[in-house]
Design a binder for this molecule. Structure first.
Ligand code: AMP
Length: 444
């Protein structure tokens, strides 16, 4: 037996339905804010992430699935989406007509060589958005509000929004110097990763999960004391917009996010339950000033976020919100004998084209076995094709719930099925042509 790769998981049944529902809700909300879908390749040149995501990030330092292809190119399975979306923006010159802001949403698998644990996989799925070309706290605020709107649309109630500002270049370089001086005094007691972080990006130390390092980080200098006037004003404006829209948030000065490209505001969404906290953030993001230029594009800022679909699904299931069973089938076709199989296939196609979920045996089966399959799959109607009925252009239609059976003319299939599903599902006896759970009989 070949086992799945460690940290990966198969998605099927309720979970697959749940993922589709989540993506549907998140895409619908993003569409309301003017976002368009973008799909970029899972495979990118490694350089995209080492330059884009940043060489001091944990992701690039130790979590990427990188390999040489047969042409000796170093390729990487995307560990995050933003760098790829920016690459696409540049490759396709999407910025060329100056029609800003540009807004994209995306979803798909992401790969990180992390230690698998609850809520943490090596292949997981994200849904995210990126907005380009609007350097304003209003763009940041709209992005945060859209993320919250999305979480509420999914059914979450107690979402905790944490925000922080990493300031502009000027702020960050002054702050990094201060952190370097502070941590240098303690470095002998710190973990080996922090030794490296001290040189490459001391901001990362604030993120360290080693308890003693975390303890030291609590007393480290605070970025607010190094903030440039511009960044201070920008963050104050953002907070004011959130206040005016009655959005609750916590300012968390230790929030730095794991990727190197962020500047100004960064934010995360947590779910307020003990179990929820243990899973980590539902999602997070922030503003980035220099990434588009760094990757060879124009001076264009961006702001965006990504949610982890596994975490959303797991919490929504815990809350009893996600419980989407596979749909039961509407019609099962029962051919009697090999000769009727071919005609059954034609009728199945016709019935599907009417919008009914339809199945049939795909080899010659006993009638009793076909009926067994029909009830196992929860079919509402069985259509039996026998040679005698077929010769008369007829078939038998059985209501699988009541057991009632009648002979109908094949030319009347649409009418008969509409009548069955209309009366059965929506209108308690009234004749109508509604099906798939939607009743329009009483609409004006
Ligand atoms: P990031 O790209 O690191 O900002 O992550 C965004 C979101 O993706 C997180 O808030 C999580 O919900 C999710 N996520 C990140 N890493 C993992 C992982 N290893 N397994 C499952 N979900 C993850």
């Amino acid at each position: 037996m070949i086992n799945p790769v460690k940290g990966t998981h198969d998605i099927m049944g309720k979970e697959a339905n749940g993922y589709n529902d989540i993506v549907y809700v998140l895409s619908s909300v993003a569409t309301l804010y003017g976002y368009k879908e973008m799909e970029t390749p899972i495979l990118e040149h490694t350089e995209l992430f080492s330059r884009g995501t940043g060489s001091s990030s944990d992701i690039v330092r130790k979590e990427m699935y990188t390999f040489l292809d047969k042409g000796d190119r170093s390729l990487t399975l995307r560990p995050e989406f933003t760098a790829g979306i920016v690459r696409s923006l540049i490759s396709n010159k999407l910025y060329a007509d100056g029609n800003y802001p540009l807004k994209y949403f995306y979803h798909g698998p992401v790969f990180r060589y992390e230690r698998p644990q609850t809520g943490r996989y090596r292949q997981f799925h994200q849904f995210g958005v990126e907005m380009f070309g609007e350097d304003s706290p209003y763009a940041d605020a709209e992005t945060i509000i859209m993320a919250l709107h999305s979480l509420y649309a999914l059914g979450f109630k107690n979402v905790v929004l944490k925000i922080n500002s990493l300031g502009d270049e000027e702020t960050r370089s002054a702050y990094k110097e201060a952190l370097k001086a502070y941590f240098a005094k303690h470095i002998d007691d710190m973990c080996s990763d922090c030794h490296e972080r001290l040189e490459s990006n001391p901001l990362r130390i604030l993120d360290c999960k080693v308890p003693s390092d975390h303890e030291l980080a609590l007393s480290a200098p605070k970025i607010a004391d190094y903030m440039s006037e511009n960044s201070k004003n920008r963050f104050a404006t953002l907070c004011k917009i959130l206040d005016e829209n009655e959005i609750e948030y916590e300012v968390d000065s230790a929030l730095v996010r794991g990727l190197d490209y962020y500047s100004e505001v960064v934010f995360e969404f947590h779910y307020a339950s003990d179990k929820g906290e243990a899973l980590g953030a539902l999602g997070g993001g922030g503003h980035y000033g220099g990434l588009v230029k760094e990757l060879g594009g124009p001076e264009l800022c961006g702001v965006g976020y990504a949610f982890g679909i596994e975490r959303l699904y797991s919490l929504l299931t815990e809350l009893g919100i996600m419980n989407h069973e596979d749909p039961s089938i509407d019609v099962y076709i029962v051919p009697i004998g090999e000769n009727c199989l071919q005609k059954a296939m034609t009728i199945a196609l016709e019935v599907r084209s009417l919008g009914y979920l339809t199945e049939m045996p795909l080899s010659n089966k006993k009638v009793s076995a076909a009926f067994k399959a029909a009830s196992k799959k929860g079919a509402s109607v069985a259509l039996t094709l026998g040679e005698e009925e077929l010769a008369n252009g007829q078939l038998k239609m059985k209501d699988m719930e009541t057991g009632e059976e009648k002979v109908i003319d094949i030319v009347n299939i649409e009418h008969e099925l509409d009548e069955h599903f209309g009366a059965h599902e929506c209108c308690e006896g009234e004749e109508c042509h509604c099906h798939e759970g939607h009743c329009s009989c009483h609409e004006e």
